[in-house]
Design a protein around this ligand. Sequence first.
Ligand code: C5P
Ligand code: C5P
Ligand code: ZN
Length: 469
Amino acid sequence: MSETTASFPVPELEARARRCADALRDADAVLLASHIDADGLTSAGVASQALSRAGIDHETRFENQLGPEEIADIAATEYDTVLFTDFGSGQLDEIVEYDFTPVVADHHQLADVDIEHHLNPLLEGVDGGSELSGAGAAYVLARALGGPENRDLAALAVVGAVGDMQTEGGELVGANTVVAKEGVEAGVLDTARGLAVYGVQTRPLPKLLAYASDVHIPGITNDRQGAVRFLAGLDIDLKQGGEWPTWAELTVEEKQTVASALIRRAIRNGVSTDDVEDLVGTTYTLTEEELGTEVRDASEFSTLLNATARYERADVGLAVCLGDRDGALAEARDLLAEHRRNLSAGVRWVEEHGVTQEEHVQWFDAGDEIRDTIVGIVAGMAMSADGVRYDKPIVALARKNETELKASARGTGRLVDDGLDLSVVMGEAARAVGGDGGGHTVAAGATIPDDAVEAFVTEVGRLVAAQLA
Ligand code: C5P
Ligand code: C5P
Ligand code: ZN
């Protein structure tokens, strides 16, 4: 699989983490501000627990984005020290205009301005897009604050990395693998190579296989009855008391039997070797969590968190990150059901209405039909939908408020290897029309005035063409 390019812990990153930790210890109280998505929630979960354990008073708040207004609001609070997690690095030029002491643990692209207390993998040559997430940066900080005692927080950091889609070829790479290793050593995480499909903890097998749409296996994908026939045709009797088990409930041998039969079936049906390889990956299991719950699997956990964050219920997601397995988990599950419905309705909308193909980019404007907070996730999912091309980045638009649109762009690892940097594209194209944006090479977003769609898309196309030339 992918090569590990960074040795971690990177001493320079840890030195930065120590300076950040010192600033936090010096503070009377800390305002913790974090990004409102799965990685931002887990970042806050890691940071908040580390602050509590270090006896540092703090309050947590979440923002969809860190713009001038949000920074001004934060500056207007009584806090003299503000810890930003999963954002901040790109906004330092604006942050330094205020009197409070900023401490930043982030992994997004950097602004031109730097500060004393700044922890970002990109500052030390570690790829923040694929090797360390915001929660990973928060974890490095947590270790500086509390030492090896805080290694149990690695499990949440892995959930953040998985939530930010930092897996490559189905597994974490680079610095993330060291975070995962520390979680394993601390006894809170288990990593296992095998069938990598979404829903190993909560989906009964036929549903698990039928819903796994990343690799299309004729007669199984999108075909629950077909999946049942496939499973019933195996040599082993998997049904227990009339119920299909989940993947997590299978024995090692049973998993092996199902996985190899599935792979044989895929090959027999002409699925390419590359695609078959995509069926295999690493599953990250949070071993302290109850079997069969979303929070036991990093991928399901991160989706659960997105389901709270994207619906203005970050409080629920944070409570789950902080260990509430009663009321908050139940509430998060309700939100998850709604999130699922919205995502599939969103992808269906894209399939029905199609995307507009320009020479170097493809795009759609969902208006009010898809929530601006999930349109990026839908865009990513739509990359594998019918009528959407895989060799061009996709830009998705949705209404944000009365005057502005939210834009989300998604690319592929292949395009990034060829020179695509959507963070630059979205930032520059948005600013060219009076908006702003940023993010990562493979996934970025922006806010633009609603009368600037054509100019914006044209500019995106021009910038993408220049990068891929
Ligand atoms: O702001 P943040 O870094 O937390 O968000 C990262 C976003 O990028 C996630 O929402 C994830 O869906 C997206 N992403 C993606 N494909 C990748 C990497 C990230 O869609 N390969
Ligand atoms: O919102 P979306 O999922 O499209 O965001 C993709 C990435 O772009 C995230 O990492 C997000 O933090 C970043 N982004 C940004 N500035 C914006 C919008 C999104 O940096 N205005
Ligand atoms: Zn992140």
